[in-house]
Design a protein around this ligand. Structure first.
Ligand code: BGP
Length: 475
């Protein structure tokens, strides 16, 4: 196998991290509109009400809402075949429980999609990338409540019908897998995904399992509706997965590592194998957790199977073992690997892990895989002559792409696309900073409020252009 001629080269962005315009054209308040900026050492603050003295980066984003034409033109100049972007639920249903959509919200996304199509760029639409209307959290308790599944499906149906014939690739959710009773998540993780703080969850294991179940069910039901509306639609769900390696060959450590990695796959099992996994139900039972399953859900799992799997890949980690230094954990709770270098934000850089993960996942499911995010968050320096020499970014991406090619060409993994996070600098999800930059395109917005939002090309811009033009031969 070689990289296909129609391999989907491009990038991924998310509404709450780039759009800004948080109160324009009828948009409602969403969960991320209540989160301040933080840093690698200071967690983002999750506010109940807005404090005018604080900085809420989603309110302005990188002003993609007004500058999308310029940005899409730059993506087109790099030769993008695809752009993955999310729809902010709160633009379409400002409170989430309305019965008719906000037409101005729909009009905005039609304009964006039309712009992409006019440049020959395939839109890949994520329906949930941490953009829940806050009203659904406050009034219904977010995904703990099955009513929210109905509201989500109503939103999805609106989107599938409105974009029928224009959009062919859909993603039901971004990274729901971080919600699990086993997780030792920080507040920001459960908040990002469900609008609820980890530390404030009552009966935590039960609540997390219920949320995970409802989101999994919602994804399957959305897949079914999407296929009903247009059988040409390709529907995926995106997971943020870290390979978890054992520290050594002690069988207990090997088993721990396996279990820590495997917990991120139960939802993929449910979405690909036609039923909610029995092993997970047994595991829950042993912990005294009961799942709010209904008889009719069986049909949803049976009919709502994915067409492709989206993988966000940034880092790998080490499974827990006796005597481990728990202070040295990665963002997702795994331990750091002494063989690997870390980014400035502590994310282990592991290109080989990408090949491993592609193989592991493809062998398990046999479904096409799209790398929906991969990239390096780094501090960029603008030189006196205005250039940005981000060779470290080129190095990171190049090494990952070489491993991706090996997975395709040597290991015969069916990988259908590679989307970088993010092709343009935007607000970091975990820290809320602008300083943590990922783009080929620099955005002049600084964390202290300075900057005019102007865009400029980094050195990596031309590099990625060359990679795409050669369909991955120029590496
Ligand atoms: C993924 C999210 C993205 C993005 C990325 C990088 O988990 O899907 O939204 O933010 O991580 O994380 P950060 O922005 O915190 O560097």
């Amino acid at each position: 196998m070689k990289l296909a001629k129609n391999f989907l080269w491009g990038g991924s962005i998310a509404a709450h991290q780039c759009e800004g315009a948080w109160q324009e054209d009828g948009k409602g308040a969403a969960i991320m509109d209540f989160v301040t900026s933080g840093s690698v050492d200071t967690p983002r603050e999750i506010c109940q009400t807005l404090d005018p003295t604080k900085n809420y980066p989603s309110h302005t984003g990188i002003d993609f809402y007004h500058r999308y034409k310029e940005d899409i033109a730059l993506f087109a100049e790099m030769g993008f075949k695809a752009l993955r972007l999310s729809i902010d639920w709160s633009r379409i249903y400002p409170k989430g429980d309305e019965t008719t959509p906000n037409l101005a919200g729909l009009a905005f996304y039609h304009a964006v999609v039309d712009e992409l199509l006019s440049h020959g760029i395939e839109p890949i639409i994520t329906l949930y990338h941490f953009e829940m209307p806050i009203h659904l959290v406050k009034t219904y308790g977010s995904w703990t409540n099955r009513k929210v599944v109905e509201f989500y499906l109503n939103f999805c149906r609106t989107m599938f019908e409105s974009f029928k014939g224009k959009v062919h690739y859909w993603v039901t959710f971004n990274e729901m897998n971080h919600i699990d009773p086993q997780t030792e998540a920080s507040d920001i993780f459960t908040y990002i995904i469900a609008g609820l703080k980890f530390s404030e969850l009552t009966n935590r294991p039960q609540t997390l399992a219920t949320i995970g179940y409802h989101m999994t069910l919602a994804s399957c039901l959305a897949v079914e509706i999407c296929h009903e509306i247009d059988s040409e639609n390709q529907v995926g769900c995106v997971f943020g997965i870290e390979p978890v390696y054992p520290i050594d060959c002690n069988p207990t450590n090997v088993l721990n590592a396996f279990q820590e990695m495997d917990r991120d796959f139960y939802q993929i099992d449910a979405m690909c194998h036609g039923k909610f996994p029995v092993y997970k139900l047994e595991e829950y039972k042993a912990q005294g957790i009961s799942i709010p399953m209904k008889k009719e859900d069986e049909k949803a799992f049976e009919n709502g199977r994915l067409d492709f799997i989206g993988m966000n890949y940034y880092a790998s980690s080490i499974g827990h073992y006796e005597g481990a230094d728990k202070a040295d954990t990665s963002l997702f709770g795994g331990l750091q690997n002494p063989y690997l270098e870390k980014s400035k934000w502590g994310w282990a850089i592991d290109p080989v892990g990408l090949r491993y993960l592609l193989n592991y996942t493809y062998r398990k499911y046999g479904l096409p895989i799209m790398i929906t995010e991969n990239g390096l968050g780094a501090v960029d320096k603008v030189e006196k002559d205005g250039t940005i020499q981000d060779t470290y970014r080129i190095d990171y991406l190049e090494k990952h792409l070489i491993e991706l090619k090996k997975a395709v060409e040597l290991d015969q993994v069916d990988c259908i696309g590679y989307l970088t996070w993010a092709p343009i600098d935007l607000v970091s999800a975990t820290t809320g900073e602008m300083k943590k930059r990922y783009g080929f395109i620099y955005v002049d917005k600084q964390d202290d409020g300075k900057g005019d939002y102007s865009r400029s090309k980094k050195r990596s811009f031309e590099w990625y252009q060359g990679v795409i033009a050669s369909n991955g031969a120029n590496l």
